[in-house]
Structures are given as C-alpha cells and as structure tokens.
Write a protein that binds this ligand. Structure first.
Ligand code: SF4
Length: 247
C-alpha cells in the first residue's frame, strides 16, 4: 500500500491524512509516500522526524517515496506550483533532497528502476465510475482520452495515445531508455494538448542519477559496514525490461 499522506492540502500533523499515515505505518510493513509541490517539499523531513518521535521503526516500513503533485486532471494551468515538467530545476533538487533526508533518518527509498508509462502496457486499464476505460488514472479528466467502455470494449488508441513514441533514434540510442521509455504521457498532454512528443528525462537523469546511486551506496555501506556496493546486474535489468513488455 502507498499512503500518499501529505500534500499541499494537508500538511499539519493534527490533520486526518497524517493520522491515517501514522496508523498505517504502525500496522503493516508496506511502502509509504507523500506528494509535494515546489512550495512545501522542504517540510516533509518534519513528517519523517514525527514518525521517528512516534516510535515508528523505519525497518517496519517499506520504501518511502515522495513524488511531485501534478496539476488537476483535465486542467492546463502552467501557473500552478505543481509539476508540469520533469526538467524543472526545483523538482530535481526536491527529489534528491527528500531522498537524502529519508535515508539519513534510516528509512528506505525506491532505487532507480525500469520505468515505462502504463499507456504502453496492453493489459493495463483504469475503469472510471461510469464504466469508461482509460489507460491511466491521470487521463480521467480528459473525456477525449477515453479508450472505450466496459460495455463496448477497448477501441484503437494507438494514434490518440501515440504508442511507441519512444521508438525513435534519440531514444533508442539513449542510455536512459530502460528508466524512461519516453517518460510520462500526461506531461505532453498538459503542456501541448496532445501526446505528440516524449517527456524527455535526459536532463533529469544527467542531474540526479549519479547522486541517487551515490546516496544508495552510502546508505548501503552505512547499514552493512561493507566497503563495496552492488547494484542490479545488467542481465537482471534486461530481463525486467523484457517481462514488462510481455505481461
Ligand atoms: S531520456 Fe529522452 S531520449 Fe532518453 S529515452 Fe527518455 S525521452 Fe528518450
């Protein structure tokens, strides 16, 4: 379970989502997280301190994952303090900062891993309350992004969702392809009204990936007393990529 416990709507420890987060943290060893904006991400370490002060053992929790808040579904508002591009400097700093603060307190974090937009996965669908089908929950505010209904089945969405957009020379030669596969399809939709380009994460990974890996190595070394750090083998990464596209 991921409890997206705190957001710009709900940051004080006395409010309901904090109490739900705290209760769930003491009851089951699963992953937890929070969603931040440019204006509030620096406050999240207070939540981690409060968890420790409440006697919650980091070892009982799964990875703690913080993600940016995206604009409200179906609305294009570039003036909001939500995330509209993974290349925003504040976002890269926020993610590195929150990872560091999380690890520093003994909590686990997600490691860099293969990522692909669920639009590309044939068997992933979201059903709205009225039976309308979408390829991603974030598209539910955009009726034109519906891909069918429970009654009528799934229509051809290969053009509307620009499937295989990552099969271009730049992406196929990019070292970050296994982590990215063209990024999030919502962001081009928000920024341009159609999915007509990739959400390129080159700048994001150029700025953050080495720092993530060094963070993980430092944390691993501190926990194990080991002097070496072992990441996933390239064959493990390849088989994960293959399994994703055959599910
Ligand atoms: S980082 Fe950019 S070039 Fe590389 S796979 Fe992602 S979208 Fe393509």
């Amino acid at each position: 379970m991921t409890a997206n416990a705190l957001s710009s709507r709900d940051t004080a420890a006395s409010r309901p989502s904090w109490q739900i987060f705290r209760r769930s943290a003491t009851s089951s060893p699963s992953s937890r997280g929070g969603n931040f904006t440019r204006d509030n991400y620096q406050k999240f370490p207070e939540m981690l301190d409060a968890l420790l002060a409440a006697g919650i053992d980091p070892a009982r929790l799964g990875p703690v994952q913080f993600s940016p808040i995206l604009p409200k579904s179906g609305v294009r508002d570039s003036s909001s303090d939500c995330c509209v591009s993974c290349g925003e400097p504040w976002l890269m700093e926020a993610i590195v900062f929150l990872r560091e603060e999380t690890l520093k307190r003994g909590f686990g974090v997600e490691k860099p891993a293969m990522g692909v937009c669920m639009v590309e996965l044939t068997n992933n669908l979201v059903v709205n309350y009225d039976g309308t089908l979408y390829k991603c929950p974030a598209f539910m505010g955009w009726p034109e992004m519906a891909v069918g209904t429970l009654a009528d089945g799934v229509s051809d969405y290969s053009v509307s969702h620009n499937l295989d957009i990552w099969k271009n020379d730049d992406c196929l030669e990019c070292a970050y392809l296994p982590l990215c596969f063209g990024g999030c399809r919502l962001l081009p939709l928000l920024n341009h009204g159609v999915i007509n380009r990739v959400d390129c994460r080159k700048e994001f990974y150029d700025t953050t990936l080495e720092r993530f890996i060094l963070q993980d190595c430092r944390s691993h070394t501190a926990k194990s007393g080991s002097t070496t750090c072992h990441g996933p083998s390239s064959s493990a990464m390849r088989s994960k990529v293959a399994s994703c596209f055959t599910e």
